[in-house]
Design a protein around this ligand. Sequence first.
Ligand code: SF4
Ligand code: SF4
Length: 293
Amino acid sequence: MKKVKEIVVISGKGGTGKTTLTAALADIIPGKVIVDADVDAANLYILLKPKNIRATDFTGKSTAKIDRDECTSCNLCRELCRFHAVNIEDGDYVIDHFSCDGCGLCRIACPVQAIKMEEQIVGKWLIADTEYGDFVYARLVPGAENSGNLVTMVRHQGKLIAEEKNIDTILIDGSPGIGCPVTAAISGTDLAIIVTEPTYSGISDLQRVFELTSHFSIKSGIVINRFDINPENTKKIAAFAREKGIPVFARIPHSHCVIEEITNSRLPSRKCKELSQPVEKIYDHLKRELLCS
Ligand code: SF4
Ligand code: SF4
């Protein structure tokens, strides 16, 4: 079996064009599984238009649940809960699932065994067909935690499909930022494409996210999106890349065509040369760096 190569597209913050670039790469890299690991703001599906969707519930921590028929309103659980997760509503004792930490103390203490622990469904992971290849993505319940675990789950499902179908490339749309979900998205990958923009915050975000990929010893390349909106800052990004020895895979210009195609939920690289040409360059880099090695 071929070794599976994982390519992850990340950015220091949201809104840099990371997902658009992932979709454009999905259109030209042959034989791959696509994984949307940006589970907190999953929107790659809008461009990939999945069909034949198979969904599976994703459960998070267990939280307490009170059986109102059994509860004698002794108030003990409320006194004991240091997370203030037990409320009284219309005379009934109820658990606030967002506050409950799942410690189980109230269940042990309840004198009439009116409390049990229940796993909470915090989202779904989905497998679907697209014209670009097998696609794994997720939907997280609003406000739910555990997105790092859900990222790990969608990546795991992507690997299973790749192994089962003898596919050697996985393309991952990672989470923005440097928190737990992005750590889960990049750990163990073979190459990170860092998408940045030439704004002041874009440069500092790039520096932070590069520290993360360096920490995990992941080979990186930079893509400067909308490079022409601020030539001075683009030069600063190029200087940073030179200093750190990171290749700049491509510079993508600002484009009204891209904005219009995204607004209409169409894959912009099919129509806009301003995007498709740099994406070809990125793919050439990927072939040199990974896919042919
Ligand atoms: S400890 Fe049990 S009986 Fe007492 S209020 Fe809580 S759920 Fe009801
Ligand atoms: S399980 Fe723990 S955190 Fe949740 S309501 Fe009971 S005591 Fe409070």
